[in-house]
Write a protein that binds this ligand. Sequence first.
Ligand code: B12
Ligand code: SF4
Length: 456
Amino acid sequence: MRILLIEPAKSPVSMAGEDVFLFEPLALEYVAAGVKTDHEVKILDQRIDDTVEQTLEEFRPDVVGITGYTVHANRMKLLAERAKAWNPEVLTVVGGHHATVAPRDFDSPHVDLVVVGDGVDSFREVIGRFDRCEGFDGIPGVWVRTDGGLQEGAANPSRDLDEIPFPDRSLTKAYRHAYYSEYMQPLASIRTSKGCPFRCNFCALWKIAGGRYLKRDPAKIVEELAEIDEEFVFFADDESLVDATRMKRLAELIREAGIRKRYFLYGRSDTIAKHPDLLELWRDVGLERVFVGLEFFRDSDLEFINKGSTTHNNREAVQVLQDLGIGIYASFIVRPDFTEEDFAEFRSYCRSIDLSFASFAVLTPLPGTDLYDEVEDQLLTRDPEFFDFIHTVLPTKLPLEDFYEQYYRLYTKTIPLKNVFAFMSKYRLRDVPASLAKFRRWSKRLRRLHIDYGRA
Ligand code: B12
Ligand code: SF4
């Protein structure tokens, strides 16, 4: 059986994704690993290689599997439609985060199956049954399209992560040089855990994992790390550092194995503030950057999202990382109801902590979150392409044009120039002009984003 797995390109409306970074399609590499031994599998990364029809024609798949987040939902359906237009007999399967939280959004005549939750075992079973010309009833997590619409599938509780095979990175060999996050290129990704013990109201990850924090055996993680060629490695976890004992063991095993890589991972500020010794240990085995959700500059806003951490934790965490010389990818949230005074206070807060890199996401009620249930009736649009954390999908207090002017100023006026230069010095010299040009184009569009709402 020939199986084509597609990582979709986002639509030109969305601003996240390949505009500013590109990560390997880890979900597809996992799904592929489950079927690769018995079948011929190809991964098409449409973000790099937009040759869908040509690939269908040349590879002639029996099955097309498509992944994606909420921003990709329209594109995923369109890809299924293109696959069916090429051959109505091809089996089309969608999976991934949006399929997990909103499977009914894929109730389309072009989508045969929707996989909710972990895909490796479910997809393997789908392929086995398809190969034997059997039906798909009763497969955990598999919703089946029938004449009466999309039929709900059986429950698909999260598996023990150590029972899942390693992702098959050989299938993205041709693309791997292109995966990056800022100066970290080429960049590989590895999953070491899943879920999170916290309960933020804008996040569905703790719900998807059934409220648990699932961890891989550190020895297996080290075994997988040893197989990764890239020097830069990103931990694609929901939250990597939260179990300090596990992370200490992992760092020790990495050191014992003599693996030298440059790591980038997610960490909560309260964990970092509480465990400077752990961060030091990690710095010594190669931790170079931490993605920290600082989120807001006021405790009342942190309480509003049920973050469970404080601005005091944030300041402490920034200090710990700065003292250790670990780079901070500070991630903040902008509330749509911010006034000009809020934006001004936000800018001065950011400047006061002397950051080198920051991203600002507009507070977005993603399907599957508590926040979504609270504010669904206020949505400006339900078009998934606007759910990129840059377009607001909730009404703003400021006129949209003023909101985006203020938002633009967050991106352009919060990082001291000396820090910008220091950060740019990490890039390969030949990449600097293109990276600056990319940011200029991106921020120019950001400033004028209100014009997109004509089509919402
Ligand atoms: C790594 C990561 C990133 C990376 C990029 C990853 C990438 N490939 O583009 C970075 C840090 C850059 C990033 C950025 C963003 N991200 Co992000 N990210 C993640 C994270 C932490 C891990 C993703 C991952 O690799 N998981 C590991 C794989 C193995 O797991 P999986 O995707 O769940 O796949 C399994 C199943 O879903 C299923 N499956 C998946 N696909 C398919 C396909 C088929 C055919 C089948 C059968 C099964 C199947 O099987 C897989 C194996 O079990 C997730 C959280 C999460 N738990 O998913 C958030 C997450 C995906 N990101 C999210 C968001 C919102 C964003 C941003 C928009 C944020 C922003 N402010 O810019 C951007 C946009 C990214 C984009 N590509 O456009 C949200 C998406 C929510 C949503 N409803 O869309 C998530 C879920 C986090 C959250 N807070 O809720 N992200
Ligand atoms: S800490 Fe991060 S992963 Fe955990 S619930 Fe909050 S946003 Fe989600």
